[in-house]
Design a protein around this ligand. Structure first.
Ligand code: ZN
Ligand code: ZN
Ligand code: ZN
Length: 369
């Protein structure tokens, strides 16, 4: 992202806030601050807050000891005014004085409750809403630069999945394998591993199982769902399912239906299609195959500066897809006590169809022990 992109975003957020009757957005450290200002400030107890006024220029409020860090962010080159506070000052009174007489403000969705309440105490008559109603709509529609950042993240996690078969051996624990995968996630171009799910055998029936001390056995199916954050702040998230030797005919039949459901849902992506229709395509397919009761979560979630963000690909969300929206398509089935499977790709809604960012083969990868 160029510094100028952040200036454009702040201006757009300011006018969108005005459009919904908010006098200001108060953005503390987190993905909204990174999106609007490119400032990856650490969330701490001291108040750092970008005050985006709907009438007036933005001001970045920072503790005096953070001034150098704030100036090193795009706030420096963009010449955004920075108001510092000393250890014994009241930063909430400072924010209130910058706002003057206002009626309603939007608070960053990730703002700490302690800060929300301190702002309420400093401005008791001001209505508090979420900034998300303004910022989420912006973040959901990715620019070409953001799509290429997500492609970089997808390429990196593809390289990790390419190495997974070599880590799966009978007798190794999920935890050992997970540790190796976490190292590879960093080695392949992420700044950190955000999550590592290695769900073997019956553990595969729990969608958010992480790792355990269970040792892999012959015939296990292993659901591997992994992701990290790249230096630009964009997230990866990809699931592939592996088998250690032959997982059995029941498993292979169900997996073939899952693959068909995942591909049909992906193929249905195009501008104007409601989010819930993409979910329905996967769900209807699995219901037709007798697996509907075992598909116990939504089909997908948006992705960007957070692993889970809008838009959610779920029944009840009639939001029409637009070019640039990026989200996962990840149907699965989970049969308690027996096994599970999931196939997940990150998909961007292109001008006339889906653009699939992950390129690893989606077939069940059978690792011969
Ligand atoms: Zn999940
Ligand atoms: Zn995932
Ligand atoms: Zn996901």
């Amino acid at each position: 992202m160029l510094d100028a992109d952040y200036a454009t975003r702040i201006t757009a957020a300011s006018s969108a806030a005005h459009g919904v009757g908010l006098d200001a957005l108060l953005i503390t450290p987190g993905p909204d601050l990174r999106y609007l200002l490119g400032y990856d400030a650490i969330p701490l107890e001291r108040l750092t807050c970008l005050v985006v006024r709907s009438a007036g220029d933005p001001v970045l409020v920072v503790p005096a000891l953070e001034l150098a860090a704030a100036k090193a962010s795009p706030a420096g080159p963009l010449g955004i005014s920075i108001a510092t506070w000393q250890e014994t000052d009241d930063p909430y009174a400072l924010v209130a004085s910058l706002l003057g007489r206002v009626h309603a403000v939007g608070l960053a969705d990730h703002m700490w409750a302690s800060k929300v309440l301190a702002l309420r105490a400093a401005m008791p008559d001001v209505e508090q809403q979420t900034a998300g109603r303004v910022v989420n709509a912006m973040r959901m529609r990715k620019s070409p630069a953001e799509v290429s950042a997500l492609q970089g993240a997808a390429d990196a996690i593809d390289r990790v999945h390419a190495a997974v078969p070599s880590l799966l051996r009978e007798g190794r624990t999920e935890r050992e394998i997970g540790r190796d995968i976490a190292e590879l996630i960093v080695a392949e171009g992420h700044v950190r591993a955000d999550f590592v799910i290695v769900a073997s055998g019956p553990n595969g029936a729990s969608p958010h199982h992480e790792v355990s001390d269970r040792r892999l056995e012959h015939g296990d199916a292993v659901v591997v769902d992994i992701g990290g954050t790249t230096p630009e702040g964009y997230c990866s998230d990809e699931t592939r399912t592996y088998a250690l030797g032959d997982p059995g005919a029941d498993y292979l039949d169900a997996y073939a239906q899952l693959l068909a459901a995942q591909m049909a849902a992906t193929a249905s992506v195009r501008p104007g299609v409601p989010c819930e229709s993409v979910d329905a395509v996967a769900r209807d397919w699995l219901e037709g195959a007798g697996l509907g009761d075992f598909f116990i979560h939504r089909t997908g979630h948006g992705i960007g500066l957070e692993t889970h963000e809008e838009p959610y690909i779920v029944a009840g969300n009639d939001l029409p897809l637009e070019e640039g929206m990026a989200f996962s398509v990840e149907p699965g089935y989970y049969i308690p006590g027996r096994f599970g499977a999931r196939i997940e790709d990150i998909v961007v809604c292109g001008s006339d169809g889906p653009v699939v960012l992950n390129q690893r083969p989606r077939d069940l990868v059978v690792v011969e022990p």
